[in-house]
Design a protein around this ligand. Structure first.
Ligand code: DAT
Ligand code: MG
Length: 140
């Protein structure tokens, strides 16, 4: 597996509790390099567009509201097999199911307020990176 890039978000529940550094340490310990990072506050339209794939789900409104409730940290992570590696470090969507040592096991508050987002495939990683960052901001 060659070097790959994935898109990551440190979500409002985590930025609010000042956990950005602790979460970034988990990425770096796993061999993921943070090659782009910015703190921003999403509008409901932006959060809705980002999570459009979930728009028919019952939790969509709650998800959009949560993602706009505080600033987020948007990031690009780079490394060997970065998409799968990041998903492994994040842990299961529901912290109750997340493995020991994962970000969601250690920091997530609930299935909704689960501290991090990570892309799930090469196509979504490319789309999500382009949604938040210009080519000029990506210095590998
Ligand atoms: P993941 O973030 O692990 O990729 P997902 O893509 O299925 O999970 O869902 C996106 C986000 O939506 C998830 O991080 C939190 C929220 N979510 C998912 N399932 C939920 C549920 N049953 N109740 C509330 N929020 C949920
Ligand atoms: Mg997902």
């Amino acid at each position: 597996m060659a070097t790959q890039r994935t898109f990551s978000i440190i979500k409002p529940d985590a930025t609010k509790r000042n956990l950005t550094g602790k979460i970034n340490a988990k990425f770096e310990e796993a061999g993921l390099r943070i090659i782009a990072q910015k703190r921003i506050q999403l509008t409901p339209a932006q959060a809705g567009q980002f999570y459009a794939v979930h728009k028919e789900r019952p939790f969509f409104g709650e998800l959009v509201e949560f993602m706009c409730s505080e600033p987020i940290v948007a990031q690009v992570l780079e490394g060997e097999d970065a998409i799968a590696k990041n998903r492994e470090v994040m842990g299961a969507t529901n912290p109750a199911d997340a493995a020991e040592g994962t970000i969601r096991k250690e920091f997530a508050l609930s299935i909704g307020e689960n501290s991090v987002h990570g892309s799930d495939a090469p196509e979504t990683a490319a789309e999500e990176i382009a949604f938040f960052f210009s080519g000029l901001e990506l210095v590998g």
